[in-house]
Design a protein around this ligand. Structure first.
Ligand code: AMP
Length: 192
C-alpha cells in the first residue's frame, strides 16, 4: 500500500501525526474591527484611552484608529452626546476571547457589568466584524447586528476600511452611502 507523502509515522497505525512546532503551529492572525463609544466622564479622552487599552491586549496588535465623531444618542435621547470611533486590530485570539478582553477593559473603565440597555456609558466596546466569522448567539453576534443602521459606526469604519466586505452585508462604503450623517459631527483630531 502506498504511503501518503509527509503523513509521518503516526499515520501508519491510524493515529494522527503530531502538529509540527514553529510557524505551521501558530494561530492565524485575524483582522477585527471594534466599535468604541463613550458619553460620560470626558468621552473624547475615554475613547483615546480605550484605543490605548486595545493596544495592550495580549496576542493583539492595534493597526488602525479612525477619527472621532460626536453623535446624538441612538436612544433614549435624554442623555449626553456620544463620542464614537472604530479601531482595526489583528489578533490571534478567538472572537469569544477577544470579547472577554473587551468586557475586561469595560469593567476596568468602571462600567458596571449589569447596565441599562441603551443607557449612558463610560465606555462601550463592540466587535463589529471578526474576520469572515458569522454567528448568531445573544452573547456574541457577528457581524454586529447594529452595523447597517448606525451612522456613528459606519462613518468611522468607512474612514479606515472603506473596501471591507462585511460578511453577509456588503462593502462598507456602500453601506455607508445608504445612511445620512444626521446627528454626526467629525471632531478635529487631537493628539492622545
Ligand atoms: P451592550 O449593552 O451594547 O454593550 O451589549 C452588551 C452585550 O451584548 C454583551 O453581554 C455581549 O455579550 C453582547 N454581544 C453580542 N454580540 C456582541 C458583539 N458583536 N460585540 C459586543 N458585544 C456583543
Amino acid at each position: 500500500m502506498a504511503r501518503v507523502a509527509g503523513a509521518g509515522a503516526g499515520a501508519v497505525d491510524g493515529t494522527l501525526p503530531a502538529l509540527p512546532d514553529g510557524p505551521a503551529a501558530m494561530q492565524v492572525w485575524q483582522p477585527a474591527y471594534i466599535g468604541v463609544g463613550s458619553n460620560l466622564e470626558h468621552p473624547q479622552s475615554r475613547v483615546l484611552a480605550a484605543f490605548a487599552a486595545l493596544a495592550g491586549i495580549a496576542d493583539t496588535r492595534l493597526i488602525l484608529t479612525s477619527p472621532l465623531y460626536a453623535s446624538r444618542p441612538f436612544a433614549p435621547p435624554a442623555q449626553p452626546d456620544y463620542v464614537n470611533a472604530v479601531a482595526g486590530v489583528l489578533t490571534r485570539l478567538g472572537s469569544a476571547e477577544l470579547l472577554a478582553q473587551l468586557k475586561d477593559i469595560e469593567s476596568r473603565f468602571g462600567r458596571p457589568a449589569r447596565h441599562e440597555r441603551w443607557g449612558p456609558r463610560v465606555i462601550d466596546l463592540d466587535i463589529l466584524v471578526f474576520g469572515r466569522e458569522r454567528r448568531q448567539e445573544p452573547q456574541l453576534t457577528l457581524p454586529h447586528p447594529g452595523i447597517v443602521e448606525r451612522n456613528f459606526v459606519l462613518y468611522p469604519l468607512a474612514d479606515i476600511a472603506p473596501d471591507l466586505d462585511v460578511p453577509g452585508l456588503g462593502r462598507v462604503s456602500e453601506l455607508q452611502g445608504r445612511l445620512a450623517p444626521e446627528g454626526l459631527e467629525r471632531l478635529p483630531s487631537t493628539s492622545a
